[in-house]
Design a binder for this molecule. Sequence first.
Ligand SMILES: Cc1cc2nc3c(=O)[nH]c(=O)nc-3n(C[C@H](O)[C@H](O)[C@H](O)COP(=O)(O)OP(=O)(O)OC[C@H]3O[C@@H](n4cnc5c(N)ncnc54)[C@H](O)[C@@H]3O)c2cc1C
Length: 443
Amino acid sequence: MNGIRTENRPVLIAGGGIGGLAVALTLHQIGVPCIVFESVKEVQALGVGINLQPNAVRELYDLGFDRELLNSVGIPVQEWALVGLNGKEIYSEPRGTKAGYHWPQYAVHRGRLQMLMYHAVCERLGQDAIRTGHKVTGYRNDVNNKGVIVCVETRDKQSLEIEGALLIAADGLHSAVRAQMYPDQPPIRWGGSVMWRGTSQLAPIRTGASFVGLGTHDHRLVFYPITPADPQTGLATINWIAEITIDNSAGWISGEWNKQVDLDHFLPYFADWNYDWLDVPAMLSKASAVYEYPMIDRDPVPSWVDGNVALLGDAAHVMYPVGSNGASQAIVDARVLGAAVLKYGASMDAVTSYNEELCDDVSKLVLRNRGAGPFGILNIVEERCGGNFNDISEVISPDEIEAYMAQYKRAAGFSMEALNNSPQTIAVDPESQRSYSYGRPKA
Ligand SMILES: Cc1cc2nc3c(=O)[nH]c(=O)nc-3n(C[C@H](O)[C@H](O)[C@H](O)COP(=O)(O)OP(=O)(O)OC[C@H]3O[C@@H](n4cnc5c(N)ncnc54)[C@H](O)[C@@H]3O)c2cc1C
């Protein structure tokens, strides 16, 4: 797939998170040179669990991250379930291939997935393709709109100006590129909830690979394993998110993923959550570290593109994690962008086409996630019976739940029929990517 027009300039990528790395791997796959600028000095396996929906797993497979590699950073999810505060099941459905998707849903460790992708970039594109300790601070579209000049600051305070065909800004929630594109954008928006996140070693419940949402809309716990159970101990790494909605008129706009807090910050909210099938306080107490993160997003912008510059991933559409689709959408963005570059060259036409295909729909998803996403069913149960029920079908019918879930999946782009029947985003033979060795056990 050589010969794509880049005017001999690489595509420049701000940010080496999951979004930026997916862009780099995709561009390499279609023969387009690129360089990633990552602000941190050293890429490390930070974060806890995230979900990869089947639409994103499909794209990762096409990038050569097959089942064997994804199993090294997570596990295929078998089930998604909602349980009321009374400990009784409200709803459950199979997920991934169990549900009939052609691709699994994965629960993975965010940092380990990022490292897998980072090492793949180093192996496939060469170490020089990712410049750590390089922070993108701004850009200028060149006068003829044929390319872009990107301003970069190194850790030793050198200021560089680098010419590229395009700038793809995957620089996350606090994107410097988005701030330049929208200097008057409102501050980060806090929705009133706070999440505490951690992992604990515990025997997995239900299918052994179940995603469980427990509680009510404004007081809930989400948990799922991100490793299989150890055959010796029976214990798996269980990722959990404990969440409450609080009255904090001062707001909460900082949004730092790695802010650690003590357990006593939030354990009292869950002190009496003790069921015969799960001792919640015991599970939370087993975490070696707890991270506090507010439920924040940003108001959508009308366009992700300014000339030869495009926003991607969280920089374009940071959203509440209620639908478990932030990382998945970043990967899908990268592939849609790649398909556009394949069609139009590394040009303004390509980023315009990418923007037209995704910006409106994903912006709607950001707003939709301000509701409760698929957890909205917990709201309905709360409203109708205060969370107290014996027979859930007397509160909400299976048809109503099915319709609610189907509508959300359609909006989030992982409706099963649509996905199973859609052509590859980029027509590649995934086998051709398997020659890369990174992460694979040596023969
Ligand atoms: C450290 C960290 C931990 C996280 N942990 C979780 C988690 O536990 N659960 C969860 O659901 N989501 C987590 N996220 C968010 C999640 O990874 C994203 O929502 C999703 O993967 C989309 O990724 P992204 O690449 O668009 O953005 P991000 O993952 O935020 O990546 C952005 C990257 O850009 C870099 N960067 C920022 N500014 C600049 C700049 N000016 N120039 C160059 N590089 C820059 C950042 O260092 C980062 O590597 C975390 C993000 C980070 C950065």
